[in-house]
Design a protein around this ligand. Structure first.
Ligand code: PFF
Length: 448
């Protein structure tokens, strides 16, 4: 039994810390930009409410029903003769693969905190060159910050749920939220603010395609950290007396709100500078730093605040993908937390180094396989195959395999009969089918 438990607030902050990450502040704004703004935001909200929230509740339900690691959770909850469902618990491997490339980006952000503090690039050409030099040539700098990122992550996890994860989130999450609130209020004074609102909430059908729907569903998964035993494991370390439906709604709403607020802040800055919103992944690392520079001292302060917020968001997400594997090793294999954490971190740290090198000029050739380098392969395998697979397994398990009466007893008092029925339909049909389509689309088997 897991003795090291989250408090109620601690759980909400930690799970929100896992959900709010690069996905919200870096990715959501640029995919919104690329997919036409308003319509995309609308479809995304619909997906989060219908698919994201229902799987999130299912995952919290599984974890909190057993208070065990993910493998044991699936094993305990499967009926006799179906104990092979325990293998679904191994979806924590998805998270740990994510960790090895996510930490590389955490490293870039730590580097950008220093750049914001020391000298911002003075125009977009310079900003592009600063980013590309770091990415392609400067192996030492990248390795340095990547190692720092891994050390912070591993150290926190080694301290356990209460003294490590909860404590870190208790500091970083409120600070992150404060920074975003202040930046949001400042962005209201910018001339691009109304245009940003218009862009985010006014439907622009032109750039919206069928594939945008797939992107929205895929992003809902990534941003809510579902389908890879992360939320499950956090929920397993939860105090018994908490309303899991209310907690799930709070976490999902917070995640969505932060993505939208980050989008409004970023687009206000971009529109104020007279630029276009659809700049792809370079938005945060290239476009913004140059605009911040042009804004003078206020811009400089904004740059520091922005990258610190991004670093906090990313670190709290990164630690959450390590926890499920460590929890499994501690609970099932009886390895000490310290040994499990540093052992597993070291293996994936080394793996990540190859991914890091695969982006550089010197090593890209030997570390590119087919159409993608190692970094992109990790991203592709987790986002297109493993994460959706984890989501489908979870939805099928909760929808068809787990004892329905047990689920009903737990959820009906919390959400009422009507919502329970709706949730069951979403979990049995809507979620698995739509996630299956993402998999087909992203793996190229079906092209929308
Ligand atoms: N939800 C995080 C984000 O939006 O950046 C990323 C993430 C964290 C994905 C934890 C998966 C995970 F298990």
């Amino acid at each position: 039994m897991y003795t090291n438990r989250f408090s109620r607030v601690g759980f909400i902050l930690a799970a929100a810390g896992s959900a709010v990450g690069l996905g919200n502040i870096w990715k959501f704004p640029y995919i919104t930009g690329e997919n036409g703004g308003g319509v995309f935001v609308f479809v995304y909200l619909l997906t989060v409410i219908l698919i994201g929230l229902s799987i999130f509740i299912a995952e919290v339900l599984v974890g909190s029903s057993t208070n065990q690691d993910s493998v044991t959770s699936f094993e305990t909850l499967s009926p006799k003769g179906k104990k092979y469902w325990k293998y679904s618990g191994f979806t924590f491997l998805t998270g740990i693969i994510i960790l090895s490339f996510y930490s590389i980006v955490v490293g870039w952000i730590l580097n950008y905190v220093v750049i914001a503090l020391t000298n911002l690039p003075q125009n977009s050409a310079e900003a592009e060159s600063v980013f590309m030099t770091m990415l392609k040539d400067d192996i030492f700098t990248q390795l340095f910050y990547y190692t720092l990122a891994f050390l912070i992550i591993a150290y926190t996890i080694s301290k356990g749920v209460k003294k490590g994860i909860e404590k870190l989130n208790n500091y970083l999450m409120p600070t992150l939220i404060m920074i975003l609130i202040i930046m949001f209020f400042y962005s209201m004074s910018l001339s691009g603010f109304t245009k940003a609102l218009e862009f985010m909430f006014y439907p622009n059908i032109e750039k919206f395609h069928a594939s945008s729907i797939i992107i929205a569903v895929g992003h809902a998964f990534f941003t809510l950290s579902i389908g890879m035993a992360t939320i499950l494991s956090y929920s397993a370390s939860l105090d018994r007396n908490i309303n899991i439906v209310k907690a799930s709604i709070t976490i999902v709403s917070l995640d969505t709100l932060i993505a939208i607020v980050a989008g409004i802040i970023i687009f206000s800055v971009v529109f104020t500078a007279g630029q276009e919103p659809s700049q792809g992944p370079g938005l945060v690392f290239v476009t913004l730093p140059a605009i911040f520079y042009e804004m003078g001292i206020i811009g400089n302060i904004m740059a520091i605040a922005f990258f610190v917020a991004l670093a906090f968001a990313a670190i709290t997400s990164a630690i959450s993908v390590l926890e499920p594997t460590v929890m499994y090793l501690v609970e099932r294999k009886k390895i000490s937390r310290k040994k499990a954490t540093y052992g597993i971190s070291f293996i994936f740290y080394i793996l990540g180094i190859f991914a890091l090198l695969s982006n550089t000029n010197s090593f890209s050739e030997i570390l590119t396989f087919g159409t993608k380098n190692l970094f992109d392969w990790f991203d592709f395998i987790t986002a297109a195959i493993l994460m959706p697979l984890g989501g489908i397994l979870l939805a099928v398990f909760v929808g068809y395999v787990m004892d329905k009466q047990q689920i009903r007893n737990k959820l009906v008092p919390l959400m009422g009969e009507k919502f329970f029925k709706l949730w069951l339909i979403l979990i049995r049909y809507v979620a698995p089918i739509s996630v299956f389509f993402i998999m087909l689309n992203e793996t190229g088997l079906l092209k929308l």
